[in-house]
Design a protein around this ligand. Structure first.
Ligand SMILES: C[S@@+](CC[C@H](N)C(=O)[O-])C[C@H]1O[C@@H](n2cnc3c(N)ncnc32)[C@H](O)[C@@H]1O
Length: 317
């Protein structure tokens, strides 16, 4: 297979997602996905690139890197842009269009998916089922749909379903997207809206968001099994957990059995968390008690005085 010297242009949005640590996070994503390839940083003017020598299959994969704004072949002392079609479904507005307090950065969300996929035994994303047990207004699930996945999410905020429904109506109308949107209940309909769900299907992919508590995942999901469990946990700053404690660990301790139970044997859990609370070691202890070990991947990045966000990946031991 022919090899090409390529340069990946790092999107300026990586700086808003990861601040001063954007280069190390981009490098960590490359290292997790291309385990045998060295990437080196190159700065030209104000542009940052990661450079490597890749074959055509890997170039195709590189088009889905979360930080990559463009991909170039280096030849004759110049940069030749390579036509890049990452093959995503749905317009990107479905993921990036909605703006609300507490939304997970869209680039980080794609990074979490890519890291999860890198830990899957060679499965096409279209065959995988994804769960976000603290899904907010579904950034992870919508990204999952762009990859062709079938996804489910749980969210405690009673307003989330309504906001999401409005936003989906807006983007489907604007982009003339054929779709199905339906509501229903897991179990009996009730005035409190517990177990109420919103289903959205389009482009042969789909998602369900259920109003409920992540501690009751196993009941709400009727013991369904997922390949990937991906979540951006509350940071104890803007979002609290149900117990209204700043440290989400107490709630995670109550969630972990249910989440481990929802995971297929070769599945992976990918969590973004504020490493001030819980500490990485505490999070690892919590899931180790459920027979899950932490993989080596980490991508710590300082977001503010109170938040150093990191990522941890768990698999069955
Ligand atoms: C960091 S936010 C995730 C935001 C989401 N990724 C998005 O972009 O909309 C964490 C979410 O966890 C939810 N949450 C916290 N504790 C929960 C629980 N016990 N059950 C379900 N959701 C919970 C919060 O309401 C919040 O929406």
């Amino acid at each position: 297979m022919t090899m090409k010297d390529i340069s990946l242009l790092i999107s300026p949005l990586a700086k808003s997602a990861y601040f001063a640590d954007y280069l190390t996070v981009a490098q960590a994503e490359c290292d997790a996905i291309f385990t045998d390839t060295a990437f080196t940083h190159q700065r030209i003017g104000t542009f940052d690139f990661l450079e490597a020598t890749l074959n055509d299959d890997d170039i195709q994969k590189a088009m889905r890197l979360s930080f990559a704004q463009g991909i170039f072949e280096r030849c004759d002392g110049g940069f030749q842009p390579l036509a890049s079609d990452a093959g995503f479904r749905l317009h990107e507005d479905f993921v990036v269009g909605a703006k609300y307090k507490g939304k997970t950065n869209e680039m980080l969300t794609q990074l979490l998916l890519n890291i999860g996929l890198a830990h899957m035994p060679d499965s096409a994303p279209e065959t995988l089922k994804l769960l976000d047990p603290m899904c907010g207004r579904a950034t992870t699930l919508l990204w999952g749909m762009r990859y062709g996945m079938r996804s489910k999410g749980i969210e405690q905020d009673p307003k989330a379903l309504q906001d999401l429904q409005q936003s989906l109506k807006k983007w489907t109308k604007l982009h003339r997207q054929k779709h199905q949107l339906q509501t229903g209940f897991v179990g009996k309909a009730n005035k409190q809206g517990k177990g109420k769900f919103l289903d959205f299907q389009a482009e042969d992919a789909g998602m369900r968001v259920i109003h409920g508590d992540a501690r009751e995942a196993a009941e709400l999901l009727k013991d369904e099994k997922f390949n990937l469990i991906i979540s951006d946990l509350p940071y104890g700053v803007q979002h609290f957990t149900t117990a209204n404690t700043r440290n989400p660990l107490a709630v995670l301790e109550e969630c972990a059995d249910g989440w481990a139970n929802c995971l297929k044997p070769d599945g992976a859990i990918v969590l973004a968390f504020n490493s001030y609370q819980p500490k990485r070691a505490k999070l690892i202890e919590c899931f180790a008690a459920r027979g899950l070990h932490a993989e080596p991947f980490a991508a710590p990045h300082r977001m503010s005085e109170a938040i150093i966000r990191d990522i941890v990946v768990f698999r069955r031991s």
